[in-house]
Ligand binder design. Structure first.
Ligand SMILES: [Fe+2]
Length: 296
């Protein structure tokens, strides 16, 4: 990204970037699924994954031998992509890679990801403190549901473009430091996560790329109380559906996965078969490394 997305004055820089970005999508390469032969990425596979993340902020892979998919595979793949700093959370397994499946009791069961209900659109960690900003994630499917459980995704840079096309002031609204507050998480009367207030759009100080913090949920969320913010949120919500040509819907099969620079995503409701749907999820404080040739 060679312009500042928060500087609405740099119209030439924006137009150039916008044109390049839209052109990439015109070729529909964002729908490609990258084949992975074994459980150690080859140079070509690695380069394909990085290149897709460079262009679309996500990549989808398919292991030719799904039975080789494991937490170790997720961990090693992450490292090869430059994803070193794993985020732990209340529900992570010991190795900080979370097993996501329906849990009927215990701490997990009160959180929507551990149910078969739909998950509304969001970027990961929108409630996190700044020192735990989630910049990338890997979702690896061990077992799909019997029905449902699709993931829809929208590259947050395309969401930025679509919002700005509609009204540049929406970008201004979303860069306000107090535009979005998530109230604290209180469990049994004890605060386990503080309230978090911050912008929707920011520029990541490390990678100088656009970062987005968003949730489409309607409860336990406080938007700044002004009409421009209200309109921007309504516009954003309007973009989050399958009629948007930049939204993709993908239902992962066993051995398939999504690697993303924390794009907007959701999950549809699902029905488990005899064996439960199982996903491994790793969240990182790093972004996927850029393709080497672009750095030089
Ligand atoms: Fe998520």
């Amino acid at each position: 990204m060679n312009f500042n997305p928060l500087d609405l004055g740099d119209i030439t820089g924006y137009q150039k970037w916008r044109e390049q970005k839209v052109r990439l999508y015109d070729k529909a390469a964002h729908l490609n699924v990258i084949d992975i032969k074994g459980d150690k990425l080859t140079k070509a596979e690695l380069s394909n994954l990085k290149s897709a993340c460079d262009r679309f902020n996500y990549s989808i892979y398919r292991m030719q031998k799904p039975e080789l998919g494991s937490k170790q595979f997720v961990h090693e793949t992450g490292l090869l992509l430059g994803l070193k700093r794993l985020d732990g959370n209340l529900c992570s397994d010991e190795d900080n890679i979370t097993s996501i499946q329906v849990m009927s009791s215990g701490r997990h069961s009160v959180y929507i990801p551990y149910t078969d209900k739909k998950l509304t659109w969001h970027t990961d960690g929108y409630y996190n403190a700044d020192d735990r900003t989630i910049r990338a994630m890997i979702l690896h499917c061990v077992r799909p549901a019997r029905t449902g459980g699709e993931n829809l995704m929208l590259d947050h840079e395309m969401a930025y473009i679509q919002l700005r096309d509609e009204n540049p002031l929406y970008i201004e609204a979303f860069t306000q430091a107090n535009v979005l507050t998530i109230p604290p998480n209180i469990e049994n009367g004890k605060e386990i996560r503080a309230a978090k207030t911050g912008p929707v759009f920011s520029v990541d100080p490390i990678s100088h790329t656009l970062h987005m913090r968003f949730s489409a949920r309607t409860r336990n969320i406080e938007w700044k109380d002004d009409s421009l913010t209200e309109d921007a949120v309504a516009c954003m919500r309007g973009l989050l559906n399958e009629n948007n040509p930049y939204v993709i819907s993908y239902r992962m099969q066993a051995g398939e996965g999504i690697i993303a620079n924390n794009v907007l995503h959701n999950r549809t409701a699902f029905t488990d078969g005899e064996e439960k749907r199982l996903l491994y999820r790793a969240r990182y404080y790093d972004r996927v490394d850029e393709v080497v040739s672009r750095k030089s």
